[in-house]
Ligand binder design. Structure first.
Ligand code: XMP
Length: 515
């Protein structure tokens, strides 16, 4: 099997807010991409056998003190390179051109005049691009051609054809640059000679081989939370080592309705995965009795999760390896793109943190993937789309969606109402347009009337937000017909709720969860 990382793209990160987006867009074209810090030596870059190099944008001016720089050997070797914005400034500066901060810069949408419809602009239809720069090129270096200019007269794209160096003042990776993906494709596959072999199928084959080599005859414990990442890990481990992967799902009693059984069924009946659910709900509920404070609730759930996991792991006998669903963005945040490739057990594990005293060797088969790629791998492994497209769900589960004390009765009410809410979003084809939707039970009683009867029941809030990573979020503009359908069906069929409200708070200033 050919190496799927060969002839991919190394991206040097000069601090752009779009660096991860560049990596994702490159991978959409089935070319592997990998983010490294700007000071990475050329020897290290070449050892990865890349097919091309991309220099990202960044907030600095090349004339700033401490502006990030790169190993200038890049200009002496024959590696096709695309410089974007700050990356363009560096390439042009070191090639003998001039970059200056005359004018006011260009920010936002701009039209460009294309002078050459070959190379970068082959097959490009839209002249609309996304600009975000202060500095600009004022002298074209020897050997470089101007390929396009913005309607403001700023050089928008340049190329040194003999060296396959391309530079854009605009951002082809941003969706607002309508034909940006096509431009990246032209660079990667026509100007450079990258290999488009980064596919879900190839990834799975490569990981199976890698896991088998790493694990040998050993056994693996796979913690499953019901979410997509850990479910995909469990399916992958099963393919690699069969029943020597012990998938464990701890039911803390605070999952969505039928979530545990749906996950177990999909994995065990559907794919033959060796998975067991452990019902720990009574212990969790007894520890949470009488607790109202959100932070205390979170702590109790997190700690009990560790005790339960520890006990269950020990009961399974000697297991040397632990598989978990760490993703590439987690690795980037923990310093891998800054040159630190050491393995660390992550504290932000999605089922609430793992025992610190456990000495496992880690298997992290998704640590080179973005979330959308995990979904592709899951589909390829045969997991049902209902599971793959599920919205994110917090580790403490419904524990942070019941305001105040958690009781079994409140859990039952919330599970029932939330299921109706999700069913209607699916019925109205809205579920996949939302990043995360859920209900919150507010045990505050208000008066209502049903038939001739006065009611005095709880309040339910429903929330739906769009986001890319959960750090910021916008409330979703839900059609009013859907809102009234949700309210009617919940109030008519869930005893214990007589009023539904829709949360119209974005993050910031709100958070996504209520507790
Ligand atoms: P907030 O409420 O902080 O949520 O705006 C941002 C995203 O994180 C999820 N979330 C959690 N996920 N353990 C998790 O695994 C947690 O303790 C936790 N708290 C919040 C939340 O659902 C949203 O997607």
């Amino acid at each position: 099997m050919s190496n799927i990382y060969d002839r991919g793209v190394v991206i040097l990160d000069f601090g752009s807010q779009y660096t991860q987006l560049i990596a994702r867009r490159v991978r959409e074209l089935n070319v592997y991409s990998f983010i490294l810090p700007p000071e990475t030596s050329m020897d290290k870059i070449l050892s990865l056998n890349p097919g091309a190099l991309i220099l990202s944008g960044g907030p600095s001016s090349i004339y700033d003190q401490n502006a990030p720089d790169f190993d200038q050997k890049i200009l002496d070797i024959d590696l096709p390179t695309l410089g974007i914005c700050y990356g363009l400034h560096l390439l042009i500066h070191y090639s003998g051109g001039k970059v200056s901060s005359k004018g006011t810069g260009e920010y936002g949408f701009a039209n460009i005049n294309i002078f050459e419809t070959e190379n970068l602009f082959k097959g490009i239809k839209s002249p609309g691009v996304w600009m975000s720069h202060g500095d600009q090129v004022t002298k074209v270096p020897k050997g470089w051609d101007v390929l396009a200019e913005s309607s403001n007269g700023v050089i928008a794209a340049m190329m040194n054809k003999s060296r396959s160096l391309v530079a854009t003042q605009f951002h082809p990776e941003v969706h607002h640059t309508k034909d940006g993906l096509k431009m990246l494709e032209n660079f990667l596959l026509k100007i450079a000679d990258c290999q488009p072999n980064w596919t879900a199928g190839n990834f799975i084959n490569e990981q199976i081989e890698k896991i088998r080599n790493f694990v040998g005859d050993g056994s693996v414990l796979t913690g499953v939370s019901g979410g997509v990442d850990s479910t995909v890990v469990a399916a992958l481990l099963h393919k690699a080592v069969g029943n020597r992967s012990h998938a464990v799902i701890i039911d803390h009693g605070l999952m969505r309705k039928n979530e545990v059984s749906e996950c177990v069924d999909a994995l065990s009946d559907g794919l033959g995965v060796n998975i067991h659910a452990y019902d720990e709900s009574k212990i969790f509920l007894s520890k949470l009795k009488g607790v109202l404070d959100p932070e205390k609730k979170r702590k109790i759930i997190g700690n009990q999760f560790i005790y339960s996991f520890d006990r269950i792991a020990l009961s399974l006998g000697k297991i040397e390896f632990l598989a978990q669903g760490t993703l590439y963005p987690d690795k980037i945040e923990s310093g891998v793109s800054k040159g630190n490739t050491s393995h660390v057990i992550k504290s932000h594990h999605n089922v609430g943190g793992l025992p610190e005293n456990m000495e496992f060797k880690l298997v992290e088969p998704l640590d080179k993937l973005f979330k959308d790629e995990v979904r592709k791998v899951g589909r390829e492994l045969g997991l049902p789309s209902k599971l793959i497209n599920r919205h994110p769900f917090p580790g403490p589960g419904l524990g942070v969606r019941i305001i105040g004390e958690i009781t079994q009765e409140r859990i039952n009410i919330l599970q029932k109402a939330d299921r109706i809410y999700m069913d209607i979003l699916l019925e109205d084809n809205i579920y996949d347009k939302i990043w995360q939707a859920f209900s919150v039970l507010i045990p505050v009683k208000t008066v209502g009337v049903m038939g001739d009867q006065r009611t005095y029941e709880n309040l339910l809030a429903i929330r739906a937000v769009n986001s890319t990573d959960g750090m910021t979020a916008d409330w979703f503009d839900m059609p009013s017909e859907t809102l009234s359908k949700i309210s009617r069906r919940i109030v008519n069929s869930v005893r214990g709720i007589n009023r539904v409200v829709y949360d119209i708070t974005s993050k910031p200033p709100g958070t996504i969860e209520w507790e």
